[in-house]
Design a protein around this ligand. Structure first.
Ligand code: NI
Ligand code: MN
Length: 226
C-alpha cells in the first residue's frame, strides 16, 4: 500500500487496485497549492466530518472520478441533497466489507457541521483493515478512552493522528492515543495549515522519540509505503 499526503487531513491511500481519499481540502489549503486536484484519482472519498477543511474538494473529485462517498449519515445525506448519488452512509460502530478491505466507523470527539451551517451529525474516525494491514485514521478528535476499544479488536499497524493542537489533540495527547491503540507508528495530520496549528517539528519528533514512538511528518505531495 502507498500513502500520499495531500496536506492538512487529506491523504490518498492506494491499496492494490483501489484509491481511497480521506478528507479532501486542497484547493483552499495555502500549503497545498502544488497539488492539482484535477489530476487526483479516487474510487472512494472517506469523510470524517462536515467541516469545510475536510470536505471542500469533495464535489470536484467526485465528479471527475465516478467516486463513491463514505461518510456518516448526515454528511452523506447532505451530499445526496446536493445531487451526488454515489454515497454510502454509515455510522458509529458500523463495519462494512468493501472491495478494498473492511472499514469500521469509530468514535471521535469533535464537532461536525456542514459548510452551510447545517447539521453534520457526529464526527467519526475510520479503522481500515486491508489484508494484514490495519490503519487507524482518527479524524479530528480529542484524546478519548474509546480509542482503547480499537486495540481490543484490531492490531493497528499505524495511526494517522491530528497533532496540531488548538482544534484537536496536540502531540502530547496523540502519543497517549498511540499508546491506547497500541501502535508505535504515528503519521501526523492537521498541523501547520494555519497559524493556530503550526507546530515545532523537531520538538514533536523528539518527544515521540523519547517515548519510543515514530512520528512521521510527511512532505505535502510525498508518499510512503505502508
Ligand atoms: Ni473539524
Ligand atoms: Mn479540521
Amino acid at each position: 500500500m502507498e500513502l500520499t499526503y495531500l496536506g492538512h487531513a487529506c491523504f490518498q491511500l492506494t491499496t492494490g487496485s483501489h484509491s481511497l481519499l480521506f478528507d479532501p481540502f486542497i484547493s483552499g489549503n495555502p500549503q497545498a497549492q502544488a497539488i492539482d486536484i484535477h489530476e487526483l484519482k479516487a474510487d472512494y472519498i472517506l469523510l470524517s466530518h462536515g467541516h469545510q477543511d475536510h470536505v471542500l474538494d469533495v464535489q470536484t473529485i467526485y465528479q471527475q472520478n465516478q467516486a463513491q462517498i463514505i461518510a456518516n449519515f448526515e454528511v452523506a445525506t447532505w451530499f445526496q441533497n446536493q445531487g451526488l448519488e454515489r454515497v454510502i452512509p454509515m455510522n458509529h460502530g458500523g463495519q462494512k466489507d468493501f472491495d478494498f478491505g473492511t472499514l469500521k466507523m469509530v468514535n471521535a470527539v469533535h464537532s461536525s457541521s456542514m459548510p452551510d451551517g447545517s447539521y453534520g451529525g457526529n464526527p467519526i474516525g475510520f479503522v481500515l483493515q486491508t489484508g494484514d494491514y490495519c490503519l487507524y485514521y482518527a479524524g479530528d478528535t480529542a484524546l478519548h478512552m474509546d480509542m482503547k476499544l480499537i486495540a481490543d479488536r484490531f492490531t493497528v499497524n499505524a495511526a494517522i493522528l491530528p497533532i496540531g493542537d488548538h482544534f484537536t489533540m496536540g502531540i502530547e495527547d496523540a502519543l497517549v492515543a498511540a499508546e491506547f491503540v497500541k501502535t508505535n507508528k504515528i503519521i501526523g495530520m492537521h498541523y501547520d495549515t494555519f497559524p493556530p496549528i503550526e507546530i515545532d517539528h523537531k520538538a514533536a519528533k523528539n518527544l515521540a522519540d523519547s517515548q519510543g514512538k515514530e512520528l512521521i511528518l510527511m512532505q505535502i505531495g510525498s508518499s510512503i509505503k505502508l
